[in-house]
Structure formats: structure tokens, C-alpha cells
Write a new protein. Structure first.
Length: 197
């Protein structure tokens, strides 16, 4: 390769870059695709597994905080680390032992938040209708719909979890397929560049 030929040099750089990088999107795509398949084949079991893994992470973080709090005994902030660590350990243990209850509780809390937000939107829209007569009805509709969604999430948390898990599973399948296709395109580009270099 000549120093006077910038195209050839650029081609060589691109070939080296794609030779290193095509495996990354391909590997990520395969993992994402497998996650999507698992979520669609056994949505609630997969969700429980995700919550369990999250619980292990929270538990480990709590243990580290407890150890740091004990080692820093007498220093400023050590008692807060200890309290945070104990809370993390307890939360992690609960997530690991009761993943389905945790997931359902999360949906109920999300529903309660949506209900409160929807009711606030509804009240604000009704109160400001004199100020914005052309737009207040949109706020009312949005508030009512959000409040209804909140009620549904609170009444049917398991069904909501199932729906969310299936949607995430379909999204994972699509994203995984796109990443795999991108990895194969990079691999093909690398081979073409390598032949041309």
C-alpha cells in the first residue's frame, strides 16, 4: 500500500475496522433474539427471571454497602451507608424470593401513579377551560384515558405484565434480527474491502 494513495489507505483502515467490529452487532443480535424468543415462549417465567437477576444485583450492592459502612465505622456518612446497605440487602432478598409479587406490585404502583396523574390532568384541564377554551377538552380526554389505564393496571396487573412482556419480546426479536443483519452486512463489507486492499 503506497503512502501516496489515500483511497487505498482509507480502504485498508475500513477493512481493519470492519474486521474488528462486525462480530459485536452480530453477537448482540443473537443474544437479543434469544431474549425475545424466551420472553415470547414463557413471558411470566422470563419476567420472573429478570426480576430475580435484578434482585441479585440489588443484594450484591447492599452487601457491598454494608461492608463499606462497617469498615468506615466512626467516619462521616458510615451509618448512612450501613442503613442503605441493609435496605438493599432486604430489597434484594425480597426480589429474589418473590419475583412475581414484586413485578405485580410494580404494575399496581404504576397504575396508581397513572390514576393520580390522570385525575390531576383532568382537574387542571377543567379549572383552566376559561383560559384556553379551544384546548381544555384534549387535557380532559388525556386525563380520563390515563386514569382508566391506571385503574386497569391496578385491577389486572398480571395481564398488564403479560402484555408488556410480549411487546418487549416482539421488540427484542425485531431488534435482534436487525442487529444480526447489520453484523452480516459489516462482515460482507469487510470481505469486499479486504479483497480490494
Amino acid at each position: 500500500m503506497s503512502w501516496t494513495d489515500p483511497r487505498s489507505r482509507l480502504r485498508g483502515e475500513l477493512a481493519r475496522y470492519t474486521a474488528r467490529s462486525w462480530r459485536v452487532p452480530l453477537g448482540r443480535g443473537v443474544v437479543t433474539l434469544l431474549v425475545g424468543v424466551a420472553l415470547l415462549l414463557a413471558p411470566l417465567t422470563s419476567l420472573a427471571a429478570v426480576v430475580t437477576v435484578l434482585g441479585v444485583g440489588v443484594l450484591a450492592d447492599g452487601v457491598v454497602s454494608v461492608v463499606q459502612g462497617v469498615l468506615a465505622r466512626g467516619q462521616w456518612g458510615s451509618s448512612w451507608r450501613l442503613v442503605r446497605g441493609v435496605a438493599g440487602v432486604l430489597a434484594g432478598l425480597f426480589l429474589v424470593w418473590q419475583p412475581s409479587i414484586t413485578a405485580n406490585s410494580f404494575m399496581v404502583l404504576t397504575g396508581a401513579a397513572a390514576l393520580v396523574t390522570g385525575m390531576v390532568m383532568l382537574a387542571v384541564s377543567v379549572q383552566t377551560r376559561a383560559l384556553a377554551p379551544g384546548t381544555w377538552s384534549g387535557g380532559v380526554v388525556a386525563g380520563v384515558l390515563l386514569a382508566l389505564l391506571g385503574v386497569l393496571l391496578m385491577l389486572f396487573p398480571t395481564a398488564a405484565l403479560l402484555l408488556v412482556t410480549v411487546v418487549v419480546g416482539i421488540g427484542s426479536l425485531v431488534a435482534g434480527a436487525a442487529l444480526i443483519a447489520h453484523g452480516w452486512r459489516l462482515r460482507r463489507a469487510w470481505r469486499e474491502l479486504d479483497r480490494a486492499a
